[in-house]
Design a protein. Structure first.
Length: 336
């Protein structure tokens, strides 16, 4: 716990002025995202008292039924950033095409991508959910914004983070200078720095995977989990614990706090899809946060951040967390 209170604003000003990591436009953009997350947090907290629970009765571009909160969170982010003034365009898990910020001169320099509400299945049961975001620079050299401008690998991100709406609302951020966590102080209405230089232990005894899919997994994933399950008497010589919250934000947050490995691998249910999770809105921002905290993130074969996206809503297999464990699973894929 940091003893003197540093607000998100002050942290970002220092990242800009003292460390020279970010330009002022990016600082202001991140403040707008944080403000939107604060609003979403308040909506989430209202629960049954507000009109925020349950299904919206619509489907998104990926054929998933939308919850009311998926739509509310998406609109909150769009509205806040439309007037923020530093964005050229946005892309969201909940929108088919990109959203170009209208009539602004000069045009904003950045592109924002988000999963407005991660962990939708947990909304109605009062379990942690979140917002995940990723910022890219708009490529220079042409006027306007095109879908292709977004198709940059994760190693081009200039900022990434998430906000978890749990027992506390915590914003977790990287601008390439390690990972910092900010807890929302509801009385003051501001995010306060509560952890800096977050580090993920390189080894772990905790894994997170949806075990109900075991019969659909690929051999290397099955091998890794079987070895964990064998415990002390097996090849790993230690007992493992399992957690699966079904909100990526909550599972990744636990890993940033105490280590662990998270996997949502390719499986045989839909063999043509590379995975369930989305590269641009989930895997890239989480992958960069985890790497910034000393962990690793791969799709089993390749570093997530080096994948060249070919479409906006691209899916990907995800293995991330404690470095030695991720390297082990990735090694099993190479051997197979
Ligand atoms: P979203 O709510 O944005 O669609 O994401 C849900 C994702 C992710 O948060 C979580 O890890 C995973 O889906 C859970 O999937 P299962 O229900 O298949 O376990
Ligand atoms: Mn999600
Ligand atoms: Mn979502």
């Amino acid at each position: 716990m940091v003893d003197h209170r540093i607000s998100l604003t002050r942290y970002l000003v220092e990242q800009q002025r003292v460390h020279g990591h970010i330009p002022s436009e990016l600082r202001l953009l991140l403040e707008v995202v944080a403000r939107a997350c604060k609003r979403i947090s308040f909506a989430v907290n209202k629960g049954e008292l507000g009109d925020v629970m349950g299904s919206a009765g619509t489907e998104n571009v990926q054929g998933e039924v939308q919850k009311k909160l998926d739509i509310i969170a998406n609109e909150t982010l769009i509205e806040a950033n439309e007037w923020g003034g530093h964005l050229a365009a946005m892309a969201s898990e909940e929108m088919e095409g990109i959203y170009v910020v209208p009539n602004r001169y000069p045009q904003g320099e950045y592109l924002l991508m988000f999963d407005p509400l991660d962990g939708s299945s947990n909304i109605d049961v009062n379990v942690s959910i979140g917002t995940i975001f990723s910022v890219l620079k708009k490529p220079e050299g042409h006027p306007g914004v095109h879908d292709n401008d977004f198709l940059q690998p994760g190693n081009c991100q200039v900022a990434a983070g998430y906000c978890i709406y749990g027992p506390q609302t915590t914003l977790v951020l990287t601008v390439g200078d390690g990972v910092a966590m900010f807890t929302l102080d509801r009385e003051q209405g501001s995010f306060v720095l509560t952890r800096e230089n977050v580090r993920i232990p390189e080894d772990t005894k905790e894994f997170a995977i949806n075990m109900s899919n075991v019969r659909h997994w690929d051999a290397p994933v099955k091998r890794y989990i079987d070895e964990c399950l064998a415990g002390e008497d097996g090849p790993r010589g230690k007992n493992f614990n399992m957690r699966w919250i079904a909100s990526m934000v909550a599972d990744v947050h636990r890993i940033l706090c105490r280590g662990g490995i998270f996997m949502y691998p390719w499986d045989k249910r839909e063999p043509r899809k590379p995975g369930k999770l989305r590269l641009m809105y989930e895997a890239n921002p989480m992958g960069w946060l985890v790497e910034q905290a000393g962990g690793a993130a791969t799709n089993g074969r390749q570093r997530i951040l080096d994948i060249q996206p070919t479409q906006l809503h691209e899916r990907v297999s995800v293995i991330l967390g404690s470095k030695n464990e991720v390297e082990r699973v990735t090694g099993y894929h190479a051997e197979a």
